[in-house]
Ligand binder design. Sequence first.
Ligand SMILES: [Zn+2]
Length: 162
Amino acid sequence: MSEAARRAEIWRVAGAVCDPEIPVLTIADMGVLRAVRLNGDAVEIDITPTYSGCPAMNMIALEIETALEGAGFGRPKVNLVLAPAWTTDFLTAEGREKLRAYGIAPPRKAAGRRGLFGQEQVPCPRCGSVLTEEIAPFGSTSCKALWRCQSCREPFDYFKCH
Ligand SMILES: [Zn+2]
């Protein structure tokens, strides 16, 4: 296997690890997987945490190690890269679509900190109505808020961390 092909395969295997908080999204969808480097047989992976202190990162690093060892690439070195900081703009278009299909309103691009204070319009992921209201700032996990649609009356999670 050429070095480019190995690198692409490592990217594919590592990138297929799912986010433990949002199992429909892979870390490639999330933009958490930042880089794959090869140095001979040694593999280095850079990941950027979605927000500081997210305990999910340890689990993600462990799953990357397990996945790559299982695929015969040996044990990678997984680096946490904190700069540039992850924002929801790192989400891929495919990741946003998966979130919507899962019933979670994807984050608005460049929502900035206003998203934390409920001052933005969040369209309902089911019917698209913008007549929505925040019920609770924290939903099933700390990076999701619980919202409700006034049109279809369904509650939904809004992915708010950035
Ligand atoms: Zn709705």
